[in-house]
Design a binder for this molecule. Structure first.
Ligand SMILES: [Cu+2]
Length: 164
């Protein structure tokens, strides 16, 4: 029995030393990202998909790459890009979204990038909120809280986060 003691003590010290390091590294990786005003638009009953929008800015020199997202609000979350071609709205999934220091991402309803919530687990009602985990290459994950707001209200509130 006593022979196991030093080994256990060493393991304890290792774990104690290691865990704070990992936690600090994780925070530092997300430290140069500013994520503002995540919101999702309400969905009619029975709708299987919904759109979520947020702003991502990198405050350092290194570009960030959003590679995925997930949420308990839906089975799947995809990064989508929407364009209007000859009056027809087209959405397509993109594998990643790159954010450079000089080009912050501002997602808004009606065009450009958004996050598509696919196979909703329930309708999104105004005033609801749900967590969303963003997965970044090399930076790890960032969890945000998404509030359900109509398109105009959500956009105005998101614009209000940028004072210049
Ligand atoms: Cu979409």
């Amino acid at each position: 029995m006593t022979r196991h003691l030093p080994r256990l003590a060493a393991a304890g010290l290792l774990a104690a030393g290691l865990l704070p390091t990992l936690a600090a590294a994780h925070e530092q990786q997300a430290e140069d990202l500013r994520i503002a005003h995540p919101f999702a638009t309400p969905t009619p009953p029975g709708a299987m998909t919904g759109g979520a929008y947020l702003d991502i800015e990198v405050t350092g020199d290194r570009p960030a790459v959003l590679v995925g997202a997930r949420s308990p609000a839906s089975d799947v979350v995809e990064i989508h890009h929407m364009t209007m071609t000859d009056g027809t709205m087209r959405m397509r999934p993109v594998p990643e979204l790159r954010i450079t220091p000089d080009a912050p991402v501002r997602m808004r309803p009606g065009g450009g990038h958004h996050l598509m919530l696919i196979d909703l687990r329930g309708p999104l009602a105004e005033g609801d909120h749900f967590p969303l985990t963003l997965e970044f290459a090399e930076r790890g994950e960032v969890e945000v809280e998404v509030w359900v707001q109509d398109a105009a209200e959500g956009s105005a509130a998101a614009d209000g986060h940028h004072g210049h």
